[in-house]
Ligand binder design. Structure first.
Ligand code: FAD
Length: 409
């Protein structure tokens, strides 16, 4: 039996970040992981989907390349190879992570672990005495009654990564980040995609103007969607929606959120998805940082990003959260030279302001995932619009769109 200052269960972003940071503080740490280091984010979530988004995006661009004077005849997609590339990306990052965790001094045990008491963890038949226990056990795809996952017809976001062939048609239930990104991936690969969303708009968590733009983009991409609708019944692979619409998809992806996995135990610190708060990798990482290093962050200013072309990113107040004392300003991305050079002119930068301060930012644009951080710094630090106007933005960039919108205020 060995003694450790900390025992952490779960080797996803929350667990490995907390482990490495605590080890950096001179604590002895043991980390238990029942599957692969990196958790959902690296193995089944953020990274594989972004790898697929990149590949499907290149394929979609190649199909349009003749507009740029590039003739790419006989374009074909080798789906098995794209899966191989995605796997290589995941494995490469995992190897670096395994090395970083090892080098930090954290001891990793690859086994399912459970808590015996507030100072004892049991794993692989052994008992480990620890001063403190951190649970970072993550979450799993949420199942819906009548739409139980079968790994063949009704798929979770884990199952869909096991596809060996692209389906001709897919029905996606839910248009949050996971549903929207998979709609983009599959549609760009050539699958006919239909999305069913219970809410009034796609991407219900976003500012309504962002949602409406996504709806326009989906229409352009011929992604069919039904709003304020849901699955009523499934019989013999035939889906009837509440609206009466009948669909016969080859596969169904259920993307309606994730259920926290959090074993009951006394005296615990719970980090990441297991908390059931904001289920994002960066939230998990920054919670772990706050726990291990005591560096806090503002939980109301956690940026959201949905990837694909164009990216969607937002932080802070949405227009629908505000009253008439706030102002909104919008700059269409067509105002930017860089957008024309890149042939990516669909989108906008929108800011919500009041009395010379920015309270919310909503971006639909290439590079939105990076741009949002400029506005996050301004919102979080209450940097006035007049102060921001003093910054020099490089040209031609998407970032200068932020300068342009500030000038209009
Ligand atoms: C398709 C998809 C795309 C996503 N894209 C993004 C994105 O672009 N950006 C973003 O910020 N977030 C994204 N997410 C969410 C992100 O993956 C999670 O928020 C993040 O992984 C949470 O980290 P975590 O450490 O809390 O949990 P997890 O990453 O789920 O890790 C928990 C770990 O605990 C292990 N574990 C559980 N129980 C035990 C036990 N008893 N013993 C030992 N080990 C155990 C599990 O095997 C797992 O490895 C995505 C999720 C999905 C599904």
């Amino acid at each position: 039996m060995e003694d450790f200052d900390y025992g952490i269960i779960g080797g996803g972003p929350a667990g490995y970040t907390a482990g490495m940071m605590l080890a950096g503080q001179g604590k002895t740490v043991i980390l238990f992981e029942k599957d692969k280091l990196g958790g959902t984010c690296l193995n089944k979530g953020c990274i594989p989907t972004k790898s697929f988004l990149h590949i499907s995006g290149v394929y979609a661009q190649m199909k349009e390349a003749s507009k740029l004077g590039i003739i790419a005849d006989n374009l074909t997609l080798d789906f098995a190879k794209t899966v191989e590339k995605k796997n290589q990306t995941v494995e490469r990052i995992r190897k670096s992570l395994e090395l970083a965790v090892k080098n930090s001094g954290v001891k990793t045990v690859y086994s399912e672990a459970c808590v015996k008491d507030k100072n004892t963890i049991i794993a692989d038949g052994a008992e480990y005495k620890v001063g403190n226990i951190i649970l970072a056990t993550g979450s799993k795809p949420r199942e819906v009654k009548g739409l139980e996952f079968d790994g063949d017809f009704i798929l979770s976001s884990d199952d869909i990564l096991n596809l060996t062939e692209l389906p001709k048609t897919v029905l996606i239930i839910g248009s949050g980040a996971i549903g929207t990104e998979w709609a983009r991936i599959l549609s760009d690969f050539g699958t006919e995609v239909t999305v069913v969303e219970m809410a009034e708009h796609l991407v219900p968590a976003a500012d309504t103007e962002v949602s409406k733009r996504v709806e326009r983009i989906f229409k352009q991409k011929k992604i069919q969607f039904f709003l304020k609708d849901s699955v009523e019944k499934i019989e013999n692979r035939t889906v009837t929606l509440a609206s009466g619409k009948v669909l016969t998809p080859e596969k169904i992806l259920v993307a309606v959120g994730r259920t926290p996995v959090c074993p009951e135990c006394e005296s615990k610190v719970v980090l990441g998805d297991a908390c059931g708060e904001i289920q994002l990798a960066h939230y998990a990482i920054h919670q772990a940082k706050a726990e291990a290093l005591g560096i806090p962050f503002d939980k109301n200013l956690v940026p959201s990003v949905i990837y694909g072309e164009p990216e969607l990113a937002w932080v802070g107040l949405r227009e629908q959260d505000t009253d008439e004392t706030y102002r909104k300003n919008i700059l269409p991305i067509t105002a930017l030279g860089k957008a024309w050079c890149d042939d990516c002119t669909d989108g906008f930068i929108k800011i919500i302001t009041k009395q010379g301060q920015i309270y919310g930012a909503h971006i639909v644009s290439k590079e939105a995932s990076s741009l949002i951080h400029i506005l996050l710094v301004a919102v979080q630090n209450h940097i006035s619009i007049n102060e921001l106007k003093k910054l020099c933005f490089a040209h031609p960039t998407y970032a200068e769109g932020i300068f342009d919108i500030l000038l209009s205020l």
